[in-house]
Every structure is written in C-alpha cells, then in structure tokens.
Design a binder for this molecule. Structure first.
Ligand code: C2E
Ligand code: MG
Ligand code: MG
Length: 583
C-alpha cells in the first residue's frame, strides 16, 4: 500500500533522528527530508519539508520542480525558497557533498553529519546541517536518506549562550553572583558621574576562615553582599562589587558624606543578624571612603579608600573614615622614603646608634641595643619607628637588617681589635626573616666573617602571635643551635601565651615600656613583680625597656631586674658618644 505523506515523514524521522538532533530541528526554521540517488545524481520520490510550525508541504510543489531532479539544483533551490532568499548559487556550499558521500560510502562509512556555513551578500550568517544515511538500492545505486536542517537560529542561541557564559566569568563574582571589580570599573566609566567610592572589609576575616572553615567564610561574604545590595540603590546609580577575599567596593553618585554615613550605618546595624544566623561571633566591617570623578583613575580612588579604611581601623569610636588631604601627603611622603632608600644606602646615610643597658645595682653598662638612624645633612631624617614598618611592608627590611647586623658585627670587631672592652650589642630581627630557612646561615656567616663571637651579637625578636607558629619555633631553634642568644623584644605587648613563649629558647625578655609605665599603680607593680619572679625561675634574664624615672629604676632594681635600658640612663647615642660612655 502506498505510504501517505505523513507516514513517510514519520518513518524518516524515526530512522534519522537522535534525540539531540531532534531538539535542534525543533528550534530550526525549516527542516527538509529527501531521498537522493547519489550515483545518478538526482532526487527521488516525492519530497517534503516540515516548517517550524510543523506544517508539511510538498517541496517539489513549493519549488515548482518535479522529481526526479538534479541533487545540487534541488538543494540550491530549496535553500533559496525556504531559508535564504539571498542565497546565490555562487556560494556552492554543497558542490562537494555528493562526491564526498560517494567516497565515504566506498570507505564503508554509512552515517554522516555535515555542517555548512556561509555569509550571504547582505552579510547575514547561515548555518545548515545535513544528516545522511547511506545505502544501496536494488539497482546498486548509492542512495542517501537525508535531513537538512536550518540551524542558524539554534547556533545564534548557542553563540549568545556562549557569550553570556564568557561574560559571566569575566564580569561576575562566583561567590556573590554580583559584579566583580572589572565590571564595576566598566559600569563606573560608562556612568561617568562624580561620587564616592567606598572600600569595605570584614574585620578578622582570616580568623573566621581558619576557625569556621572557608564554607562559612563564603557564606559570610554572601550575607554581607546581600546587605550591600539592599542598602545601595542599584537602580538609582549605585554600584558595588566583591573584589576578592573579604574586600568589597561600592560607588554612590553623591559627595554628601551624611548620605554615605547613613548607608554605612544601615549595613553595620544588621550585622548581628548575620552573626546569629551563622552562629558566629560578632561580624564587624570597616569602611573607607574617597571621592571619584571621571578625571581620576578608579584604581587611585580605590587605593585612597583603602588607606582611609586602614585609618578607620585605628579609630576607637567609628568604623569608617574619609580619605583626607593629610592621608594624601602621607602617601606621597611614604613613596618618597621608599624611593630614597637605595640612594641612602649608597650614601651611607644609615647609622647605627647605641642605647646602653645598665645594671641598676652598680650602674655599669652590661650591654647595648643597636638602633638604626637615618641621617641626612647631619640631621635625623626620619625615625626608625616610621620607616621600619614601611620597609617591613615592602620586603626591604630583610636585606636592610642584614646590612645593619653586618655593621654591628664589624664595629664590635673593630673595638675588640683596638683592645677595648666589648659588651653584647643586640640587633633587631624583623618578623619576616623568621619565615626564611636560610636566615640562620646568613646571620652566622655575617658574624663569622667579621670574626665576632655570636654571644656578643644577640638577636631581638618581637613578641607576636607568630610565636605559636611552628616555623617560628624551628627557625628560633636553628638560631640557638648556631650559637646565637635570643632576646624577646617588647615582652607584654603581643598576644603570645606563656606556654608558647616557654617553648622557645629565649635567654632574655625585654619588658615593654607599657609594662614599665604601670609602675606606681598597685596591680601594674604586682604584675611586674611576678613576671620578673617567673623569669628568674625559668633562668631567663630580664631587661626593662623605656625606663625614664628614678622611681621606675628603683622599683625594678628592688624587684630583681638586672638590666635597664631607657632615657633615665641614656638615650640612644652615636658611636663616638657611646665610646665615651664605655670609658
Ligand atoms: P625597639 O627595638 O623596642 O627599641 C626600643 C625603642 O624604644 C627605641 O626607639 C628606643 O629609642 C626607645 N626607647 C628606649 N628607651 C626609651 C625611653 O626611656 N623612653 C622612650 N619614650 N623611648 C625609649 P627607636 O630607636 O625609635 O626604635 C623604634 C623601633 O624601631 C625599635 O623598637 C625597633 O622595633 C625598630 N628598630 C630600630 N632600629 C631597627 C633596626 O635596625 N632594625 C629593625 N628591624 N628594627 C629597628
Ligand atoms: Mg629592640
Ligand atoms: Mg622594644
């Protein structure tokens, strides 16, 4: 019995479609089924096509052709009528198809998907896709059952999805789903309006991450982002982005400080909800604000906002600060110091000064601390308390301290060879050095090349939370094994636990000035009394730092402190004055 048109279509679909193919066919604009005799180069049987709406039409009628007709003419005609009225025969995108299929058949391949692509004279792009199943008919001719799809529409959707995906990666933050910094900048540049840039970070975020895990850390970031989204009015021209870790940035097209403060307060106000929801200790944010105008780079404004935020961290009564002119001057000044560093080294502008340590019982000098001074044109250019932290931040400190340590060793050697009495002169070791395995051998090498015994050049290490760090113990042990004597500097100002301190082999504790300043008040004195007692029990020597008055000196002497360093006896002095003190 003759098959109806519908039945023919259905059987072709059954034989030709895979599920994925079918899906792409559904969204295509037109789909055509045909049977071609490739050996004789014509289209056999009645031909049909199914439009997007599912209507089945006889192609031969549509084309005004009748089967059998030439394979390539049919395809050209069909594209021209059903897909692209501007399709010109010169494109000839199917010219090789027949030969290709015949060759494939001879190689035993029976199933092919071929994709075609062209741009017509009007610049429109087209994508076509043909699936062929190859067989031989009773006469021995090679035939193809074929489905031709117009996949242009599907390709466009795919390309758009691809573009969206790329955009998502390039412009959106995976944790918050909101903008990243690149997108923030893009939006702000196109907004082109003056306003305020706000830098926001989470207080002690590292602690949240290490204590509760990064999963909770990410939740905190998301929760804070949700608050930012609520408080900043995006439709009214505010923007915000998660930059990285716990850093956020926001922009408001206003220079009104009160408006900004209101927004900040509104975010901070709801932070305890986040703490409660995630069972965390109180989450706290810091904010720094700078002004932005289109003439200024966003990076510069952001770094100003970060500077302001760092200032806010030092405030007692507020969690925000605005970038001010004095901050700007400070930045310029800091840059100037760093730029001057190399030159200062070359010009020998760094001098070692000495602050003696006295035995309060007999007022004899029993040691000294080497303290650096930057001297320019005969004057102290800037005090170490100011430039040392800068050098610590940019990594210059390590080689700088090795340079100072070398100077100290060489001076000790010089005094020794001149037949003078020498006393231990301690040098300060920056915290960062404790993370370099080779630091011990570098310091050993410096002392050994100067031919000075290590006991004459003790090393001061500041008390910090790092005392608990395993590496800290390893490197301090290495220093002790190499023969160095370690002093814990600024004892009582850090956060270290006594048990952690005890595990490190310090020979001396240098009591911080803040402890000494509590002399005169009962509990302060009791504390000092017990610290000194404890040190004695442990066989650790005690030096009191920053002793300025006779009252302090007498109390310490009576309490058994054997070493005192402070203005009461002497300020740090240069070499020649130190030599005079030593006579
Ligand atoms: P530090 O190691 O705790 O040094 C003691 C500081 O207290 C010195 O300040 C000293 O001059 C000061 N000082 C001593 N006695 C008194 C006193 O009675 N009253 C007051 N108000 N201050 C007193 P300086 O020389 O300004 O050094 C400050 C800090 O800079 C030092 O604190 C040390 O941490 C660092 N520093 C100094 N020189 C170097 C160095 O060559 N390398 C490194 N890494 N740090 C250094
Ligand atoms: Mg020191
Ligand atoms: Mg100190």
């Amino acid at each position: 019995m003759e098959q109806t048109d519908k039945e023919k279509i259905a059987s072709l679909e059954r034989s030709l479609f895979y599920e994925s193919q079918y899906k792409s066919a559904i969204i295509s604009e037109a789909i055509c089924h045909y049977e071609a005799n490739l050996s004789k180069d014509f289209i056999e049987n009645e031909i049909f096509y199914k439009s997007e709406q599912g209507t089945i039409v006889s192609t031969t009628k549509l084309l005004g052709m009748s089967a059998p007709c030439k394979f390539s003419d049919f395809i050209k005609n069909w594209i021209n009528k059903a897909i692209d009225p501007d399709y010109a025969s010169k494109y000839e995108i199917f010219s090789n198809t027949k030969d290709f299929l015949l060759k494939s058949y001879s190689e035993g391949k029976r199933d092919h998907i071929i994709e075609y692509w062209y741009t017509n004279e009007k610049g429109k792009e087209f994508f076509l896709n043909q699936r062929f199943l190859l067989t031989k008919n009773e006469d021995g001719d090679i035939c193809a059952l074929a489905v031709l799809n117009n996949t242009t529409h599907a390709k466009k959707i795919e390309a758009q999805q691809h573009r969206n995906e790329l955009e998502r990666h390039a412009y959106f933050d995976p944790i918050t789903g909101g903008y990243n910094y690149i997108k923030f900048k893009k939006e702000l540049i196109s907004a082109n309006v003056r306003g305020s840039i706000i830098s926001i970070d989470i207080h002690a975020f590292k602690l949240i991450n290490t204590t509760f895990g990064t999963g909770i850390g990410d939740k905190v970031i998301k929760a804070i982002w949700d608050r930012i989204e609520e408080v900043f009015d995006f439709p009214k021209g505010d923007f915000a982005a998660h930059i990285n870790a716990d850093n956020f940035i926001a922009f408001c097209p206003t220079e009104d400080q009160n408006e900004i403060i209101t927004k900040i307060k509104s975010i901070s106000y709801s932070l305890n909800l986040i703490s409660a929801e995630l069972s965390l200790p109180q989450v706290k944010l810091y904010y720094g604000i700078s002004m932005w105008c289109p003439e200024k780079t966003i990076d510069l404004s952001y770094s100003e906002a970060v500077t302001a935020k760092n200032n806010a961290k030092k405030l007692q009564d507020a969690d925000y600060a605005f970038f001010e002119k004095k901050d700007m001057d400070r930045l310029v000044w800091e840059e100037n110091i760093i730029e001057n560093f190399e030159n200062a080294l070359a010009q020998n502008e760094f001098h070692v000064w000495y602050q003696p340590k006295y035995n309060p019982e007999n007022r004899e000098i029993i040691g000294a601390e080497a303290l650096v001074r930057w001297i320019k044109d005969g004057k102290i250019f800037v005090s170490p308390g100011e430039f040392i932290p800068l050098f610590e931040n940019n990594g210059l400190i390590r080689s700088f301290d090795q340079y100072i340590f070398r100077k100290v060793c060489m001076q000790q050697k010089k005094w020794q060879s001149e037949g003078r009495k020498i006393i231990p002169v301690s040098g300060n070791l920056p915290r960062i050095s404790l993370y370099y395995k080779d630091e011990t051998s570098i310091y050993s090498h410096i002392a050994e090349s100067a031919e000075i015994e290590k006991k004459y050049v003790p090393i001061e290490i500041t008390e910090t939370a790092a005392v608990k760090d395993k590496r800290f113990k390893e490197i301090t042990d290495a220093f002790v094994s190499a023969g160095f004597i370690l002093h814990m500097d600024d004892f009582g100002s850090g956060y270290s636990s006594l048990s952690a301190l005890n595990s490190i082999r310090f020979s001396a504790w240098k009591l911080d000035k803040s402890l000494i300043d509590s002399i005169g008040n009962y509990s302060g004195e009791r504390l000092l009394h017990h610290i000194i007692l404890l040190a004695k029990e442990l066989g650790i020597q005690v030096t009191a730092e920053g002793v300025e008055t006779a009252e302090q000196n007498n109390f310490l002497s009576e309490t058994g402190c054997e070493s005192i360093q402070g203005y009461y006896y002497s300020k740090p002095v240069d070499i020649s004055n130190f030599e005079k003190l030593m006579i």
